[in-house]
Design a protein around this ligand. Sequence first.
Ligand code: ARG
Ligand code: ZN
Length: 875
Amino acid sequence: QTIYLADYQVPAYLVKTVDLHFDLDPAQTLVSSKLEMMRNPAGQGGALKLDGEQLQLHSVTLNGQRLSEAEYDCTDSRLVIDSLPDEFTLEIVTEIQPDQNTALEGLYHSGQILCTQCEAEGFRRITYYPDRPDVLAVFTVTLTADKAQWPIMLSNGNQVASGEFEDGRHWVCWHDPHPKPAYLFALVAGDLYCQQDSFTTMSGRQVTLQIFVDPENKAKCDHALLSLKQAMQWDEQAFGREYDLDIFMIVAVNDFNMGAMENKGLNIFNAACVLASPETATDDDFYTIQSIVGHEYFHNWSGNRVTCRDWFQLSLKEGFTVMRDQSFSADLNSAAVQRIDDVDMLRRMQFAEDAGPMAHPVRPDSYMEISNFYTVTIYEKGAEVVRMLKTLAGDAGFRRGTDLYFARHDGQAVTTDDFVSAIEEANDLDLAQFQRWYTQAGTPELTVECNYNQAEKTLTVTLQQSCPATPGQPEKQPFLIPVAVGLIGEQGQSLPLQLTDETQPIDGDTRVLLLTENQQNFTFINLPERPKLSVLRGFSAPVKLTQQRDNAELAFMMANDSDSFNRWDAGQTLFINILLALIAEYQSGSTLVVPELLTDQLAAILDNASVEPALTARMLTLPSENYLAAQMAVADVDAIHAVRSFVKRSLAVTLKIRFENLYQQLHQIKPYEFNAADLAQRSLKNTCLSYLMTLTEPVQVERCLAQMAQANNMTDLLAGLRLIVDVDGPQRQQALESFYQQWQHDRQVVDKWLTVQALSTLPGTLTNIKSLMQHPAFSLKNPNNVRALIGQFCRNNPSQFHARDGSGYQFLAEQIIALDKLNPQVAARQLGAFNSWRRYNADRQKQMQAALQMIADKSDLSPDVYEIVSKYLAD
Ligand code: ARG
Ligand code: ZN
């Protein structure tokens, strides 16, 4: 069943207050709900339709009168009551079974914890309710449970009362003064360790901060607490947003479908996205945790205080909040590296989604299952769209716009149009054309051409745009594309950026051109020498850029562009050009030679490594196999793998001394700290090690083993383990075994152990994965296990997943079918590995199609899996 944005209607009834009582027990929990409701004066009237799924209905009471079964209609998704007064009190008692809940939506049991996940439509698995984001109500929640087993019981807002019963049970009452939609409701119960801190807000209010974890994780809370305080302070400074309750709580749970959830005052996190210690978490983990803690905290304003009218507006809160967390990370760490990593991920994941059968606009017009639309398009492309708004309005103008947005819509459920209008009105802009970024799917293609006129001393830049058709959108209108450009002279200096009809020179080395037509010319004047154009600086718009540049020009830009993002990007383009040329030669059976120009470039980068070590590590990293596949008309998995490995090894052979020297220089044993300098140092060091390990020399294996033996942190240990598992020999098994022996008690580390094996490119990887699925460390019911083993294999190990015999496809299809019975959201997510199935050769397409068909042929598929599999096959 498809739901359309065009069908939106305001709610027929509103909820003023909700009073919930939970009698908690994993086997059967009783939920009593008391709703003070009223007919919506702006609504269309009619019957009251409450959402509800997998509920056992005990009773319905209207204004104190218990209703008979004839007085309401109860289906497996709804409770409908006709003829109601304008105002009424409705009491509903339902029973649910948290123990049986493997979908992890609604109230479920994770380890020793009872917890909830309600976004997007999980609240309807708790009680009958108008489960839509534009119904906002004040919640009061009373939790009752056995005190010994459930000493801690939490919900949104402030704890207002508590007490004990004589039978060993106790109760706690929570009240949240801020009206909220049901998707922001949460409860948690368990025997939890609490680490506490506090934060003083900009107006001087004291806020209690608490992190609740399983007692075994009590040494892993510091980083998240620090990140939270950093986020609270950053949001005050960057957006003027202050926290609005006296307490802010975070809970870590082991079973969670996504990363984390911004429930009002009570964020619930996937343990992997919040817990960290130097011994168990890598630098990347520390970095991600800081950003996710920030993300969920920032939702308190962008999402909670101002929420979404309907789920088509999901990017209103997610795109904006991702943009906010990216800015937070950029301010606290390296802005250049943050931008590179964000764009790299956008191009690898979102461009592929936009080019595939699930392509959808940032504000979709229809969906079958909203859970399938928590996508890289809604999140990451949505963040790029907000970033462009900031570019168009300028820093101060954007802040004026967001101030207006928060002031105007506080307490409301609104649309992306409302967001754009606020930026527009605060800055006197016309953003009508810009709105196409929200409504048109597909990645625009931007073509750039330069013509220098020596006599006139002018450079004419021709910008052209087009956008490929996507499902349901054959034709596209031109976008408003902000194109940031700079001009570079022979000596690497910045040249003036004055356009034809301008009388004054322009300050700065970058300016933004606004492309609004399919094709436009921009002529720069006063240019005595032929400049090189640095275009789309900082990746000023989420587009695919085509610019004719030979390897020499790319090498020049890689060394001289003053925009660090474009320096990196020139390097990536150079890598891609060379790799694609070598792939063509490999396919025709020629001998491969790595061009000297590339080796020289990398030698120069290595010689200057100390200037910006984090950037250097990025510059040395070859584009991924998946990204290379996306650049080919027909993705040739085997050629890509062979050529990419060959190039990396050749570079290592030629530059061995440099890699070894740099490694030695960077390899220092000191206490672990999460700071920019140390992070950069470890990242560059481990990049060097990964090159050296391609040499398959015993001395390099020794070096890797020595690093592992000496490591006092997970970053260096895991970097070594990753490399060792790709070396066939006795040390491989031994390293894996001793790692497991040491860390088997720690789920997060065991997941890393599963992942390194899933990513091994040695033959037999799939066989090993199948046996790991029988290992006590693995459960198909745990989403982190599934992602660490199955997800990593299918998405990030292309040469194994796409094995010629189709075994990888068959394996994934079987797992999806099994998972769909347990957890539809996780099952549907895994289908993403088939997103680009049309881009492989005929044999592989046929095998992938058969695997998809095998899934589609199952009766009783979940709507989640059904929607994606049918869209993949229809394309
Ligand atoms: N709002 C959460 C976040 O981005 C995502 C939770 C969505 N969960 C889900 N099961 N669809 O922070
Ligand atoms: Zn979010």
